[in-house]
Design a protein around this ligand. Sequence first.
Ligand code: FES
Ligand code: FES
Length: 161
Amino acid sequence: MPTYNLSVNEKKYAINADAQMPLLWVIRDIVGLTGTKYGCGIAQCGACTVHLNGAPIRSCSFPISAVEGQPVTTIEGISSNNTHPVQKAWIAEQVPQCGYCQSGQIMSAVALLKTNAHPTDADIDAAMQGNICRCGTYPRIRKAIKRAAGIPFKTNTHGNQ
Ligand code: FES
Ligand code: FES
């Protein structure tokens, strides 16, 4: 089996794996970081989103052979103690419901704000459209992204809807 050199959250790994093994499998089963979730397995839901070279990718659909030598960042790598501005905004807006999709949502949001510090609603919708939430937390996700970006937003009388 070939050996692939991977950098995950700035730590180096030499991984023995089949060339076609999805990056998601490597992250969860070999590296042991389980914050990244398996949803659909076919690049349709966004639950498995991580960053490759700083850009969001669906790790279920990238074989290890295609990512070798490139830096990967997972949800565990964006801050050491959940203090990334996006994580703080997620907590302030109480975004998660069941939580399953949320690490992928956060990784997409972090990538968006890196390239667009003040996104419009349309920018947010475009960047987040590939991240599906079966619990329907989309309005709170949008508010949390705006909070992290320092963009004013309206709060209705029922709280975080
Ligand atoms: S598990 Fe990768 S996009 Fe759904
Ligand atoms: S919070 Fe449940 S799937 Fe998004």
